[in-house]
Design a protein around this ligand. Structure first.
Ligand code: NAI
Length: 253
């Protein structure tokens, strides 16, 4: 019988307090894993039996290294990393503010580099393989207007996925990415900063426009992404590495 059983496995999910990350945490727990949430949210999250919350800014090396030490000390091992924390800013390319560029690259790209490095070292020492899953985007494969820094950061995530996959293959550490399309979360909010101004965007119009762009006729929900992540965290994906799996309802092929 085919079932995804992650009993005995320990996962770290960055940005696991909200949106897609929260659905990934739930899915991993449902498969039997223990999960550490590394997020810098202000929302209070209680650690419980199988859940450890560690307030972490993934763009800060000392915080990432400390978080990884705390997780291994608490759960005794590590098996899975989901690099999910991400932010987006919107602007015309010629108007992107240096600060917005730096913020986006720091969280989306540098955060993946820092977390992958810290955790891959633990996985190598453990010597039992492991799974690293990066949440890129269809913006990691295509260009979109107004999303210059985000598109650049998500292409960087796919680049890191391929290099880490090659270098860690001999240690049986699979490194893959998920490239979601339009997913209903706070990130797809109806207020957007464009040209330094906060603009209200009509939510219903956006919804109609978004649905019309998706061949499967609906925008995605966090669970759609979590389903791909549990597959990539399981033994069913043991022969896959260095891939960017589209979860876009057919928007990107
Ligand atoms: P969200 O805004 O709902 O949640 C992001 C989470 O990351 C939050 O809990 C936030 O506190 C955390 N976070 C932000 N900066 C952080 C930092 N420096 N350190 C640690 N945690 C931090 O976003 P959503 O939509 O759930 O996005 C999750 C991932 O999926 C992101 O990488 C995003 O780029 C990607 N994605 C989202 C899509 C969408 O349509 N929502 C589409 C494609 C990709």
């Amino acid at each position: 019988m085919y079932t995804i059983d992650l009993t005995g496995k320990v996962a770290i999910v960055t940005g696991g307090a909200n949106g897609i990350g929260k659905a990934i945490v739930k899915a991993l727990l449902d498969c039997g894993a223990k999960v550490a949430i590394a997020d810098k949210t202000d929302i209070p999250i209680n650690s419980q039996d199988k859940v450890l919350y560690i307030s972490t800014d993934v763009s800060k090396k000392e915080q990432v290294d400390k978080m990884v030490k705390q997780v291994t000390a608490h759960f005794g091992r590590l098996d899975i990393l989901v690099n999910n924390a991400g932010i987006s800013t919107m602007d015309y390319f010629i108007d992107i503010k240096e600060n917005d560029w730096d913020k986006t690259m720091d969280v989306n790209a540098k955060g993946v580099y820092l977390c992958t490095q810290a955790i891959a070292n633990v996985l190598k020492q453990q010597g039992e393989g492991g799974k690293i899953i990066n949440i890129s985007s269809q913006a990691g494969k295509n260009g979109y207007q107004l999303m210059g820094s985000y598109v650049a950061s998500k292409h960087a995530v796919l680049g890191m996925t391929k290099v880490a996959a090659l270098e860690l293959a001999k240690d049986k550490i699979n490194v893959n990415a998920v490239c979601p399309g339009i997913i209903e979360t706070d990130m797809k909010r109806t207020e957007r900063t464009i040209g330094g101004e906060l603009r209200k965007v009509n939510a219903e119009a956006i919804e109609l426009e978004d649905n019309a762009q998706v061949p499967l006729g609906r925008t995605g929900v966090p669970q759609d992404v979590a389903n791909a992540v549990v597959f990539l965290a399981s033994t069913y994906s043991d022969y896959m590495t260095g891939q960017g799996m589209n979860v876009t309802g057919g928007m990107t092929m």
